[in-house]
Design a protein around this ligand. Structure first.
Ligand code: F6P
Length: 364
């Protein structure tokens, strides 16, 4: 659903735009906030209203502040989000909460809300759009798993962090002749594990998309014990052994995404250790992948996404999400991206290349 309006700076000088960062944080959020705000201020003389802590700031009163040029200056390089984020605030949890959000947006005089977030945020944005609140989505996630968007900002930074970790564990693994396991984030998609695994010279890459055969990983490590004396394994948190279960770190029932993954690296370590002569160590990288300064690539992508969102707002092209397809910026209707995920296709060229250069994917 796309509703079109044509606010030009002359016709609609008082355009009011809400801006929030939903879900978990991600490097590059501040770069988007900066670009959306600067672009809207320059082109539409819009009022940009920053909403605190994602949708929580629309569910509770007194959680907004006007953003001006000065307030978004100097934040391009910084990690986190100056607006705060929350993955607990779900306006769809009850009809009363949905109504409260719509009423608060009306009371604030918002013409449109720009929501920067992942699949959960896009699902909420789509539902609110259907209820009459114009929305523009900006895809954000280190997981790179948003439907219709080939590259989300934050992913490059996460990959750089994991690749650096893999390089570091390789040297210590080499010194001690160990099997070193590094667990990455990524939920049910293996993009981080695959790209960082290749960039960090992992010998074994285990992804949620391919259930691994423990015996195949064992045989590969044993073979390397004879030849290279060390092995580096990069495993995505959503990976599981063939016929086995996901490793769940905990449940947060109040969240739109209640299952928290984590710990599969330790599960694999416990299985491998008694079967190998070498010592096996596991490192779960966790939130270091989400924090810190965005890479220059992510700063550029986030700036482009933010500016593109401002263009959609300026043209009145609402209820769409900014996207990158075929290397080009464009947009998709929210109903095409809500409640979906993008996983690594089994014929992805990088997956094929990894296999061809001798990386084990845990296949029999
Ligand atoms: O979706 C981003 C992500 O970092 C996932 O990779 C990870 O599973 C999850 O969020 C962690 O969430 P939380 O910060 O709530 O523990």
């Amino acid at each position: 659903m796309t509703s079109k309006r044509a606010p030009s700076s002359a016709a609609r000088p008082s355009l009011s735009v809400g801006l929030l960062t939903g879900g978990g944080d991600c490097p590059g959020l501040n770069a988007v906030i900066r670009a959306v705000t600067k672009s809207l201020l320059r082109q539409c003389q819009a009022r940009v209203i920053g909403i605190e802590d994602g949708f929580a700031g629309l569910m509770e009163g007194g959680r907004t502040r006007e953003l001006d040029w000065r307030s978004v200056s100097g934040i391009l390089f910084s990690g986190g989000t100056m607006l705060g984020a929350s993955n607990r605030a779900n306006p769809l949890a009850s009809e009363a909460q949905t109504e409260a959000v719509l009423a608060r947006a009306r009371a604030l005089g918002l013409d449109v809300v720009v929501a920067i977030g992942g699949d959960g945020t896009m699902t909420i944005a789509h539902a609110l759009a259907l209820r009459g609140l114009p929305m523009v989505g900006v895809p954000k996630t280190i997981d790179n798993d948003i439907e219709g968007c080939e590259r989300s900002f934050g992913f490059d930074t996460a990959v750089a962090t994991v690749a650096d970790a893999l390089e570091r564990v390789q040297t210590t693994g080499q010194s001690h002749g160990r099997v070193m396991i590094v667990e990455t984030m990524g939920r049910y998609a293996g993009w981080i594990a695959l790209e960082a695994g290749v960039a960090g010279a992992a010998d074994v890459i285990l992804l949620p998309e391919i259930d691994y055969e423990p015996e195949a990983v064992l045989a590969f490590c044993r073979d390397r014990e004879q030849r290279q004396h060390f092995t580096v394994i990069c495993i995505g948190e959503g990976a599981k052994p063939r016929g086995g279960q996901l490793t769940i770190a905990g449940l947060s029932p109040e969240r739109a995404e209640p299952v928290r993954l984590g710990g599969v690296g330790h599960v694999l370590r416990e299985w491998l250790q008694p079967r190998l002569a070498s010592e096996v160590r596991a490192t779960v990288l966790g939130h270091v992948q989400r924090g810190g300064r965005p890479t220059p690539f992510d700063r550029v992508l986030a700036t482009q996404f933010g500016n593109q969102a401002a263009q959609l707002v300026a043209r009145g092209e609402f209820n769409r999400m900014v996207t990158l397809q075929g290397g080009l910026l464009s947009s998709l209707p929210l109903d095409r991206v809500a409640a979906r995920n993008r996983r690594v296709p089994l014929d992805h060229p990088l997956l094929v290349a990894a296999r061809q250069i001798g990386v084990s994917l845990g296949e029999p």
